[in-house]
Structures are given as structure tokens and as C-alpha cells.
Design a protein around this ligand. Structure first.
Ligand SMILES: CC(C)(COP(=O)(O)OP(=O)(O)OC[C@H]1O[C@@H](n2cnc3c(N)ncnc32)[C@H](O)[C@@H]1OP(=O)(O)O)[C@@H](O)C(=O)NCCC(=O)NCCS
Length: 160
């Protein structure tokens, strides 16, 4: 399915909420209030993936990240199940990493549930490594890997 990436706009909010509800189990998926809070944080960036087919131009995935000086954090990445394994998650992540690096981020962190096989495989595939486990991170009973990656700063043109 062809898709394009673009910046989040407030009119996407309900679609993001529905995608997040579909992507995570009850209790882990964000409430509207939490989702709004993450989107409104200083240094927040949100990229959405939108189908570009003639018939359907629905949102199929999104990523929220934060940049605070040299520290970046990936809040969530969600791709609708029917559209997985076709590179949408990778495209969202690469664009987010590019923007984070441009904003001066050197170190990106995230948490992912230790029982989320697809998530863990995805992060490892993209060079994220585990620095430990936070016990009971989700709902007080599901453990999470604390994962991180060092970003390379964008190259500056060489000066003579
Ligand atoms: C994790 C997630 C975002 C991946 O999105 P995606 O669009 O399917 O990812 P891609 O197609 O770009 O996959 C890139 C690579 O990641 C790895 N990967 C992704 N899903 C995988 C799975 N189910 N099993 C094993 N490896 C997987 C593979 O190496 C894959 O490359 P390949 O398809 O060439 O083998 C998606 O599964 C998702 O939204 N899951 C629910 C929400 C979630 O768990 N988010 C992550 C936790 S914060």
C-alpha cells in the first residue's frame, strides 16, 4: 500500500486515538487525555503515515517522540495490524531519528514490553539495545526493556 509521511495536525487526533487503541491492549493504550498530554509536551514531535491510494487516504500509523537537548525519547510507535511488515514503522522511525538528530539529540531512549516480540524485534533491527529491565512498568505487572540508541549527528558540509 502506498503511503506518505507528514506532520500531525490536530484534526488527526481521533484517528490517532483509534489507532493506539487498536495497537495496544486495554490499560496500556493511551486515554485521550494521556495522548493529548504527550502531544502537547515541549519538544514533542508527531509524524503520521497516511495511505495515498485513490480510494482511501486513512491514517495507518504514527510515532510520537520528544527531544530535550541531547536526550530524545520515543513515546510510542503504532502501525495498524493489517499494514505491518511493509516498512511503515521503519519509515516513521527513520524520519523521527533524522529530525531528532537535527534537533541535537544524541541519545534516544524508549521502553517496550518484554513480551512484545514484534516490538523488541523491530527495535533491535533498528539498532536499539537494552540497558536493563524495569519491573512492572506496564500496569504494575508487565516488565519493560529500557532501550537506547546513540544517534549520529547530521553531517555538516566540509569547510575548506
Ligand atoms: C512494532 C511495529 C511499529 C512495527 O511496524 P511495522 O510497520 O510492521 O515495521 P516494519 O515493516 O518497518 O518492520 C521492520 C523490521 O522490524 C522487524 N519486525 C517487525 N515486526 C516484526 C515481527 N512481528 N516479528 C519479527 N520481526 C519483526 C523485522 O526485522 C522487520 O523487517 P522485515 O519485515 O524485513 O523482516 C508494529 O508491529 C506495531 O505497531 N506494533 C504494535 C505497537 C507496538 O508494539 N509498538 C512498539 C512498542 S513501543
Amino acid at each position: 500500500m502506498p503511503f506518505t509521511l507528514r506532520d500531525y495536525s490536530p484534526s488527526d487526533f481521533e484517528a490517532l486515538y483509534e489507532i493506539d487503541q487498536a495497537c495496544y491492549p486495554r490499560g496500556i493504550a493511551y486515554s485521550r487525555r494521556m495522548l493529548r498530554w504527550y502531544l502537547s509536551q515541549r519538544g514533542s514531535l508527531c509524524i503520521v503515515a497516511q495511505a495515498t491510494g485513490a480510494a482511501e487516504q486513512a491514517l495507518v500509523g504514527f510515532l510520537i517522540a520528544h527531544a530535550r537537548g541531547p536526550e530524545g525519547y520515543i513515546v510510542t510507535i503504532d502501525v495498524l495490524e493489517v499494514h505491518r511488515r511493509s516498512g511503515i514503522g521503519t519509515a516513521l522511525l527513520q524520519e523521527a531519528e533524522r529530525r531528532l538528530a537535527k534537533a541535537g539529540v544524541r541519545h534516544v531512549g524508549l521502553q517496550t514490553a518484554t513480551n512484545n516480540e514484534a516490538g523488541v524485534a523491530f527495535w533491535r533491527r533498528h539498532g536499539y539495545r537494552s540497558s536493563g529491565v524495569t519491573r512492572g512498568y506496564y500496569l504494575g505487572r508487565i516488565d519493560a526493556y529500557d532501550m537506547f540508541k546513540e544517534l549520529h549527528q547530521p553531517r555538516r558540509p566540509a569547510t575548506a
